[in-house]
Write a protein that binds this ligand. Sequence first.
Ligand code: ZN
Length: 106
Amino acid sequence: MPDERGFLAQDEKRKVVEFLQSKWGDRARCQGCGESHWGVGDIVVSSVPMSGGGGLVIGGPTYPFVVVFCSNCGQAAFVNAIVCGVLAGDPTPAANPPSKEVSGGQ
Ligand SMILES: [Zn+2]
């Protein structure tokens, strides 16, 4: 589990790499450059949902992601942190209603 700041420990990052090797296998080539040297980001990140009006929904349901990036060209992919075993829980967003919306402007 990431620490209180969202940082992954080295053994968690290694487990993500092992998970991806087991799932992606030889297909783990970067779509951008064709290399297969991947890094795992230090922090777990989150998506921010958008309302129909274009505003950001703060405190609403989200997906937690581990960032995986090509060490050669920087192309990045997001892997669900629950599916890859970094976080416990259901990999779908919580059914909780959003608590606050930030206006999209105008
Ligand atoms: Zn690449």
